[in-house]
Design a binder for this molecule. Structure first.
Ligand code: GAL
Ligand code: ZN
Length: 676
């Protein structure tokens, strides 16, 4: 387990660099990420490069024994570039050309931008691609951040038409696939097809889904351009980029595939504040944690999701890095709470518990100017240690334990959540009931599983599902034959899959299926969705059945199921669906497919998982966990992390009863506490 820091030498006088490096090394930091926004300093004018400062910065860090991760600087094209080639600037969904003056102001489909990218990345890689202190590369920075996944400029429109021609071959096929006969939208010339923005009413959802696919593909191709250049000019250095956890405007599975490993940027208080509404329904009570830790289930979801972006044969994901770890208060949330001693350490242990191989703190020293002047660093603005630095010093005293735990892979998870970005896009653009959330639905099961003490993987359909006892397909919304094959085989060979509401409602082109629901999944499910109701807040249909705790009622959304071969596990007891099935279980091959006909609340998801895991005889890492304590295992180490403000008692089966102090952890190895 290595710890590191994000450093911006260009923000500080050269005379300071050596003491910065010495302070980093003194705190036990090993890795420094630099240069990801420094294009203007690398290339002050087109084709004129200036490397002396970067040479010296890297040399200074290397002399202190630090390893360097270099960023390609393409997230911040310089002023001279944007002025000379204004068509590199992106156009937003209001048709407005965005301006220079912040970051991420570029279009991946701009031919000029691709040319400039080639020049700067080639020059950078040629210079540092064999540098002994440079261990690897971060491409760009947070693709898609600041709502930049989708550009609507003329270059994109042209590229989109090409993309559609490849996909459909003919306009007839496209018209058919999109159902353009609706509202007289039929095209008879490719040039008539625009980006789906600025329409008077809502655009055609098939058109929109294809645009989002196209935009994601464009980023994948742009990333590939940089990967190819880096591979051509570097030796023995790995390549990654930094993802953003639950961010879902780009298909992260596609982006992750060609990278050596993936990383993400973890800001627990920021994520809890900003993405709370994604993860909790408006009528749902959020659990209470210590006020400065964020929401550990949200952070954990992002860790587990990131680990699963590159699934491995035999199950499980790939060890990942936290490329930016919050190390004090941030500047971009609503409240940006202060952070108390112990919390950064807890976040670091959490990342490690979930499978991180390195944690890189953001950022070394609080900046004196620019947008992030309110953002903390390990050092204060004045260059003296802040809370983060002290936290890192404390972690340095635990280095041996960190390394011992890191030597083992995370515990194989018995439960997988299927994540499919396209299902999410299609559902999100037309949710039907306003706060129907694709990620929320996954998260309800995630939180339930984690709270019951189960490790969870979050994986794509192309993962090796045979490793899992239970696969949860929250909303398998776009029934595609490729996905159908995967789950059919998995169940036939003995797997257990749980489908949620709306599964199979759509086709791959985002039109409704003409088959009885759940469409393509019906043979597997052995039941038909006879009818469905969105339920206004306050309306509920009673529930009963053999799953303890599945009641008292379905709220939000309910589907009436008519079993063919399936057995009924729960049924409605009131309302218009009274007497009809709400949850079914179909034996298929040597496995089972379950269909849950209502949108579960957290307690209902918990009840269902309790029932299913008991049936499957899967045991949790620890039983009876308090809601603010999360359990992880790596090899023989069982880690229990308390994210609350109260001390908690824990007593894993057959092990000693222990108290976990607030915002602290205990490690069982395997039966006794290893003092951390
Ligand atoms: C990240 C970004 C960093 C910095 C940080 C502040 O999203 O990659 O460059 O802006 O947020 O929290
Ligand atoms: Zn564009």
């Amino acid at each position: 387990m290595k710890l590191g820091v994000c450093y911006y030498p260009e923000h500080w006088p050269r005379a300071r660099w050596a003491s910065d490096a010495a302070m980093m090394a003194a705190a036990g930091l090993r890795i420094v990420r630099i240069a990801e926004f420094a294009w203007q300093l690398m290339e002050p004018a087109e084709g004129r490069f200036a490397w002396d400062w970067l040479d010296e910065a890297i040399a200074t860090l290397a002399q202190a024994g630090l390893e360097v991760v270099l960023g390609t600087p393409t997230a911040a094209p310089p002023a001279w570039l944007c002025a000379a080639y204004p068509d590199v600037l992106p156009v937003d969904n209001q048709g407005r050309r965005r301006r220079f003056g912040s970051r991420r102001h570029y279009c991946v489909n701009s031919p000029a931008y691709r040319r400039h990218t080639e020049r700067i990345v080639t020059a950078l890689a040629a210079r540092y691609g064999r540098h002994p202190a440079v261990i690897g590369w971060q491409i760009d920075n947070e693709f898609g951040c600041h709502d930049t996944a989708r550009c609507y400029c003329p270059h994109c429109t042209v590229a989109f038409r090409r993309w559609l021609q490849n996909r459909y071959g003919s306009l007839e096929a496209l018209n058919e696939a999109w159902g353009t006969v609706f509202w007289s939208q039929t095209y008879d010339d490719w040039a008539q097809i625009e980006a789906p923005i600025l329409t008077v009413g809502s655009p055609n959802p098939s058109h929109v889904l294809d645009y989002w696919r196209f935009a994601s593909d464009a980023y994948r191709d742009y990333q590939q351009l940089q990967i190819d250049l880096l591979r051509a000019h570097t030796q023995g250095q790995w390549i990654t980029t930094n993802f953003m956890g639950n961010y879902a405007d780009l298909n992260y599975h596609d982006l992750a595939a060609p990278l050596d490993f993936v990383t993400w940027d973890s800001y627990p208080t920021g994520y809890a504040e900003r993405y709370g509404p994604v993860f909790y329904r408006s009528d749902e009570q959020r659990p209470v944690f210590a006020w400065d830790v964020g929401d550990p289930y949200i952070t954990g979801f992002c860790h587990d999701l990131t680990r699963g972006l590159k699934p491995r044969p035999g199950g499980g994901g790939t060890p990942f890095w936290v490329m930016e770890q919050q190390a004090g208060p941030i500047n971009w949330g609503a409240i940006n709470p202060g952070v108390r001693p112990g919390t950064v350490r807890l976040w670091t242990w959490h990342a490690l518990a979930a499978g991180a191989e390195a944690v890189i703190y953001f950022r070394w020293r609080a900046c004196l100017y620019g947008h992030e002047v309110h953002h903390s660093g390990l050092l204060k603005h004045d260059g003296t240690p802040d809370l983060g630095y002290h936290e890192v010093m404390r972690l340095a005293t635990e280095a041996e334990t960190l390394a011992a735990v890191a030597a083992y892979p995370p515990e194989p998870a018995p439960i997988a959540l299927l994540l499919d970005y396209e299902d999410g896009w299609a559902l999100q653009m037309q949710p039907h009931r306003r706060d129907f959330g694709y990620l929320h639905h996954l998260f309800v099961f995630y939180r339930a599983a984690r709270q019951l003490g189960f490790p969870v993987d979050i994986v794509p359909y192309h993962a090796d599902l045979t490793a899992y006892r239970l696969v949860i397909a929250g909303n398998a919304y776009l029934g595609t034959s490729a996905h159908e094959e995967v789950l059919e085989r998995y169940v036939r060979d003995g797997g257990h899959v749980l489908f949620g509401v709306r599964s199979g409602f759509k086709t791959a082109t985002n039109t409704a299926t003409d088959a009885p629901l759940p469409g393509l999944w019906r043979p597997l499910v052995g039941a038909t969705v006879r009818a469905w109701h969105a339920l206004p807040n306050g309306v509920g249909y009673g529930l009963a059945g053999e799953v303890d705790g599945i009641g008292p009622e379905a709220t939000f959304w309910a589907e009436a199921l008519a079993p063919a071969t399936a057995r009924v596990l729960a049924y409605y007891t009131s309302g218009p669906f009274a007497g009809e099935a709400a949850l079914t279980d179909n034996g298929y091959g040597t496995g089972h497919a379950f269909y849950l006909g209502f949108y579960p609340g957290f307690e209902q998801a918990t009840a269902l998982l309790r029932y299913l895991t008991a049936r499957l005889d899967i045991s949790p890492l620890v039983k009876g966990l308090p809601a603010d304590v999360l359990a992880y295992r790596r090899g023989p180490y069982l880690l229990l992390l308390n994210f609350g403000d109260e001390a908690r008692e824990v007593e894993p089966d057959g092990m000693q009863r222990m108290t976990v102090a607030p915002r602290d952890l205990v490690i069982y190895y395997p039966h006794v506490r290893t003092d951390t």
